[in-house]
Design a protein around this ligand. Sequence first.
Ligand SMILES: Nc1ncnc2c1ncn2[C@@H]1O[C@H](COP(=O)(O)OP(=O)(O)O)[C@@H](O)[C@H]1O
Ligand code: SF4
Ligand SMILES: [Mg+2]
Length: 328
Amino acid sequence: MENRALLTVKNLRTSFQTPEGVVQSVDGVSFDVARGETLALVGESGCGKTVTSLSLIGLLAPSASVTADELSFDGKDLLSMDREQRRLLRGSGISMIFQEPMTSLNPVYRIDRQIGEVFTCHNPHMSKKEVHERSVEMLRRVGVPNPEERLRVYPHQLSGGLRQRVMIAIALAAGAPLVIADEPTTALDVTIQAQILQLMRELQQESGMSVILITHDFGVVSQLAQRVAVMYAGKIVEEGSVEDIFRDPWHPYTKLLILSIPGIKVRRGGRLESISGAVPNPLRFPKGCRFHPRCPYAMDICREQQPPETEQDGRRVSCFLRGNGHAE
Ligand SMILES: Nc1ncnc2c1ncn2[C@@H]1O[C@H](COP(=O)(O)OP(=O)(O)O)[C@@H](O)[C@H]1O
Ligand code: SF4
Ligand SMILES: [Mg+2]
């Protein structure tokens, strides 16, 4: 039991019907999240990270189609859940922290009502006094100064950093065993970013929750995650431990993402490497390896065939270079 993953995702495929055609945003994604673990899901904007997480919690537009060989959380099949079961799951099983707090905070309600609802949702008989005390405690834990006062204001009366903390407080108040944090610090300045990551680390150590950290920034990965899954054009192209991937990235895309971390100035052949080109539109994925138009190592076979996934030393990668003699 203990060794079973908290979350298992096998061959997740999510598409949208649009007037231009079918957009295959997530195309065969598989990963596990163990209890207490942080998995970083990394990739540039448009790779399918958010759609992956919304597929898990069932918060997609009706135009979406979600299929998977397995989608299980804590032994429960997510795909067979009805709307009400999913709503309950979002309360107590999987919490989501969004990039922009205003999308999940309701602008017309004061903060006390929004945090309080999390408590009363799980325990409708909780007294007003207890709801208040717990709310204050929760805000204090996420480092909101003067929590009593902050409870009485509306979201727009708080700074961006405080709004993010309030949202984290709400996400954590339910004590969900899995928190999905979608670019939780992207909109914040660097100092607050560091504070919030530190805070999440502390809360994780206290509560033993699992985290899926979604980010386009490899820089934040090493601060929080133990494992990394790199996503490109709807697929996971590489997955492994943070140490392995930073020490020796196998996939050229991973390599380029690491080289583009601000502050990492790796000189190769006398020039700085960067990723040119753009993430492909899911309406028109290139044939063969989807990264080939941007890959400095692309070979003829890469333009014709999709690279198979290979596993080696507890890591996996999808690249014809297969990690052997990896892209040097
Ligand atoms: N509701 C939708 N309808 C059509 N396409 C969508 C929809 N939501 C997302 N997409 C497309 O799916 C792809 C992946 O999006 P997303 O998961 O938001 O990327 P990321 O979070 O990695 O930046 C993008 O090309 C995006 O335009
Ligand atoms: S399969 Fe080919 S194009 Fe794709 S990442 Fe590997 S070397 Fe580059
Ligand atoms: Mg996103």
